[in-house]
Design a protein around this ligand. Sequence first.
Ligand code: ADP
Ligand code: MG
Length: 706
Amino acid sequence: MSTAQALSAPQNALVKMGLSRDIDLALHLPYRYEDETRIVALRDARDGDTVQVEGTVTDNHVAYRPRRQLVVTIDDGTGACVLRFFSFYPSQQKALAVGNRILARGEIKGGLFGRQMVHPVCKPAGGELPQALTPVYPTTAALPQAYLRKAVVSGLARADLSETVPAPLLPQFGLQPAWTLREALAFLHHPGPDTPLAALEDRSHPAWQRLKAEELLAQQLSQLHSKRERDRLRAPVLRTRPGGLHEQLLAALPFALTAAQRRVGEEIAADLARPVPMHRLLQGDVGSGKTVVAALAAAIAIDAGWQCALMAPTEILAEQHFRKLVGWLEPLLAPLGRSVAWLTGGQRKKERGAMLDALASGEAALVVGTHAVIQEQVQFRALGLAIIDEQHRFGVEQRLALRGKAGSGSGGAHDGEGANEAPESPGPLEPHLLMMSATPIPRTLAMSYYADLDVSTIDELPPGRTPVVTKVVADSRREEVIERIRAQVDQGRQVYWVCPLIEESEALDLRNATATHEELAAALPGVQVGLLHSRMPAAEKKAVMALFAGGRMGVLVATTVIEVGVDVPNASLMVIEHAERFGLSQLHQLRGRVGRGAAASACVLLYSAGDNGRLGETARARLKAMAETGDGFEIARRDLEIRGPGEFLGARQSGAPLLRFADLASDTGLLQAARALAPQMLDRFPEQADRHVQRWLGGKSEYLKA
Ligand code: ADP
Ligand code: MG
């Protein structure tokens, strides 16, 4: 088939679902089964049972009350049952003509005297019954179940399912030898009629164990492989030096580092002093003080004669970093004739040109900015350290792009005290990579899942913070909340009000920030109420932020643009409107904007219930978690519980494909076995390891490199 030939709609849907290879189809497993292997006598069918019955049609008519419907009665000799169809075709009516013998499958409602099924699946009786349970696959509207079933059957027949786990290693996995991948898949797609469904549902069945073990092994192999690849790369050796910039910066800081900051700082310094690229995640709760740790790492790199780049996801955040870093580092850099550069999308051409020149020549020791930092025209003289803040908000490609900007790599731009000995095997040097995140990965997850990533954790807040009291309040009590705002402002405090969207969306019926802004401005005469949203021009945003930061503006209504980084210690109240629409970690980040000063602070989570007057279960669980704890790690743990690890990690956040079958929380035994097995398999059976990863991850394994 030529590639130009158009795919049919279901074929397209298959591709969209990532089911293009035979092996992908073979690994696409049912989420439940239907039992069409047996026929149940109507006499034995109980209310609520899903059953298949066979009977003769004794009546067929269209009723008009209470709604137009096709009403068909069947009798199987042991009892009768009414089949109701609220939508039906003439052809269906005909197939269910009086006297026809049919099979009907559906849920039985009612008992002895009034059994019925609504919209059962019907077909003529007399065919052969299947030998196995019928699989029901996850699918989309564009891909009919019957089409998908056929595709899976042929995928399963064609796929190469030969054993990849070497026989000598199998026992270590504790798997039952009877269940090879081929057998496990054949079974899970078409289990025999006597299979206990519970073991399939909770995935404890040995066939499931086999699949989960294989999946985890693929994950571990892939991670270990990229770790080893990276260990082969060379990076500049960046050592601290007595009396150097690092020491000078420490001495100049207006506060003492917390013990946690000192510890993670040492971990980073140790990485930087090695000739392999650092690949470290620095995690710490909102406000735990990651920026200064990043600045200290930058000082080490600069002192060794290299440049540093810091990239942040939003302009506001980037600018805040810029101001902080300029404040800390410029006094130390200026005497050396070095500067701090700034790059952003909205910059004027001339200014941008000057920044680019300074980076290319090496005069700029450090650049802070948004995505603009990774644009093609940006050339470094010698990039030694790349730092990414809020790393989960960047895609893998963007992280890779920053890493790829190593510059000439021919050594330090300025005298580096011989810190950069020529590498043994000269090749381009890679910069060290430090990623930062305030959305902590629960420790167990980080340690076991990211075979590939070193993690440093700041588990302590700087002294003098006050805990934030969190209240969950129905939107019907909005007036009271506005009263509370007035009280805060009267005491000279400031207030954030966060809205989820900037424009009214009919579908979601969210109040927009503009409307709320008008409402608050009207309700709070004499108070300056500002508005900040992502569609505003950068200069306007800047002006609004300056007014709020300067204390002149009492209330700031904002969309989530303030999510990260804003630091206004006088703000003591945060109201989050439609809190039920936000994710848990996002709520936690937002709340981190208050409680930064000495004043008692509060966070009000306003929620609006749905049409049925009730909050969804997940939303309720999230708001409850927010009210109960202020600890970012506990929040992350709850988030994991509510969402499950697959979603928690997310392809974007982890750069790793999601686990489809294994559950990191409950399959810890298998995970440990996979971890132990991966290095042995890579060392002793590299060819099988490669095949295994290809089979499970296909092209996706590329992504693990970032
Ligand atoms: P985050 O980890 O959320 O990025 P920041 O780096 O923005 O946190 O730090 C939050 C605030 O705490 C900043 O104003 C910062 O200067 C201050 N800070 C950082 N470390 C300390 C410390 N050891 N003692 C006191 N204040 C600190
Ligand atoms: Mg930060």
